[in-house]
Ligand binder design. Structure first.
Ligand SMILES: [Zn+2]
Length: 100
């Protein structure tokens, strides 16, 4: 394999770089890690995150809902809001009256 930066030397450092490019200031930062063990995504943390400011009307499993979950994870908020739309609507007195 040839170095991703200079396209000349053989790769002998991580990120697909040669020794000279890997240790030259500024070059390493231009190339993300190629390791499957590298950190990716928005990270993880312990504790109780704050509840999102607004509930969503996006249905569970929809692309819109997944985008909202990603946004909440980026903002270090709880993924779930108590008033988010669920697959089953909550049982209300009106629904009970209709069932009888
Ligand atoms: Zn190089």
């Amino acid at each position: 394999m040839i170095c991703r930066h200079c396209n000349q030397a053989k790769v002998n450092r991580p990120r697909g770089l040669c020794w000279s490019c890997y240790y030259r200031p500024g070059v390493r930062d231009q190339y993300p890690s190629t390791s499957k063990y590298a950190r990716r995504g928005v990270g993880n943390f312990c504790g109780t995150p704050p509840v999102p400011t607004a509930a969503t009307s996006a249905r569970p499993g929809s692309a819109e809902k997944i985008a909202i979950l990603a946004e909440r994870a980026r903002n270090k908020q709880s993924l779930w809001h108590p008033d988010d739309v669920t697959m089953n609507p909550p049982v209300t007195a009106e629904l009970l009256a209709q069932a009888c």
